[in-house]
Design a protein around this ligand. Structure first.
Ligand SMILES: NC(=O)c1ccc[n+]([C@@H]2O[C@H](COP(=O)([O-])OP(=O)(O)OC[C@H]3O[C@@H](n4cnc5c(N)ncnc54)[C@H](OP(=O)(O)O)[C@@H]3O)[C@@H](O)[C@H]2O)c1
Length: 323
């Protein structure tokens, strides 16, 4: 089979297309034909050498959709459509940047859909992260106001869409004023240009502050984001687009405004129920949700796909179709 392998962290062209044997599933594992996989910042960070626990060489890829080829336990029939994500995929063991992959059954989500693979490939990690951030961490309610910082990311665009459909008023940011139409088309009522200081812009619209905030830019902007929340409001740290992970000299009493809550979401720790994934796929199929797709690539073009992700010009989820 063909696989994109990273031997040494570095620029996109460190991803090398190689011939590898099709792996054999052991007990508790399933062999999948990978039909599509979405690209993730997690893989960008690993490729740049910012994932210290990942050993090389490694086939990257933390998610995919495809069909079961072989399940030694007989639980899944050949041809069953499945999504697989996280749980060490593409980090602790070889991942989805390949024509076939072997995954533990614990990270499989069976589903049924007529959608094209290019759309299905965009869904698993994007949906789980948005569902987990909005419903499990922020516990959003109709009528609330939600600030999404990093609004033009694929996670941000889907979060805006699902939150506005759930009856929230969405404020979404980009560093670029020319992306206002993209944000509005995905459900944002208010578009804010992020110059690093949002507090005054938010309070000009909502003087007490907003009810909920989804932080996708990361620790560098988190303090400013928390100042946008009303007393008793809640912020969720989900993304690290600015690639900084920690807060130097973190002093909670200074950092977190009194009575404001701070939570986080990590799809590796808490997952969405399988029924929620099927319901989401059904809503895409019914035209109730539009996936924010960037571009689709062949596996042979994995370097160009990573270059586009790193340029921040994708404008939606990037998907690779290996077979
Ligand atoms: N916690 C979890 O479980 C989980 C799961 C999946 C993803 N994530 C994280 O969620 C975030 C979004 O992921 P994604 O795949 O949706 O991203 P993406 O689509 O690749 O995001 C691209 C956007 O990021 C913005 N951006 C890039 N660098 C930035 C910076 N330094 N400061 C501010 N904005 C910046 C750009 O917006 P503008 O140029 O328009 O400003 C660009 O449009 C990432 O940090 C990812 O690691 C977390």
């Amino acid at each position: 089979m063909k696989a994109a392998v990273l031997h040494t962290p570095g620029p996109p062209d460190q991803l090398r297309l190689e011939e590898r044997p099709v792996p054999t599933p052991q007990a508790g594992q399933v062999l999948l034909r990978v039909r599509a996989f979405g690209l993730n910042r997690s893989e960008l960070m690993t490729r740049k050498g910012l994932s210290p626990t990942v050993q090389f060489p490694r086939i990257l890829g933390i998610e995919c959709v495809g069909e079961v080829v072989a399940d030694p336990s007989g639980e899944y029939a050949p041809g069953q459509q499945v999504a697989a994500l996280m749980g060490g995929l593409g980090r602790d063991f070889d991942g989805s940047y390949a024509e076939y992959t072997v995954v533990p059954k614990t990270i499989l989500y069976p589903f049924r859909s007529q959608l094209p693979w290019a759309q299905l490939g965009a869904i698993p990690e994007m949906f789980q992260t948005v569902y987990g951030s909005l419903h499990l961490a922020l516990q959003i309610q109709p009528g609330e106001t939600l600030l999404i910082r990093g609004g033009t990311s694929s996670i941000g665009l889907l979060a805006a869409q699902l939150a506005s459909q759930a009856g929230l008023t969405v404020l979404a940011t980009s560093r670029r004023a020319d992306r206002a139409d993209l944000l509005r088309a995905n459900g944002a009522t208010h578009v804010l240009v992020d110059n690093g200081h949002l507090r005054d812009q938010v309070r000009a619209l909502y003087p007490p502050g907003v009810d909920r905030a989804l932080e996708l830019v990361g620790t560098a902007t988190l303090r400013d984001t928390l100042t946008c929340l009303r007393p008793g409001g809640l912020g969720c740290l989900t993304g690290m687009l600015a690639e900084s992970w920690s807060i130097p000299d973190f002093a909670p009493m200074d950092f977190i405004p009194a009575t404001v809550g701070l939570t986080s979401y990590d799809s590796g720790q808490v997952t969405a129920p399988a029924a929620a994934l099927q319901a989401f796929i059904d809503s895409v199929e019914a035209g109730k949700v539009t996936l924010g797709l960037g571009r689709t690539f062949a596996l042979a073009d994995i370097v160009a796909a990573h270059e586009l992700m790193e340029s921040n010009a994708a404008g939606g989820k990037l998907v690779v179709l290996p077979s």
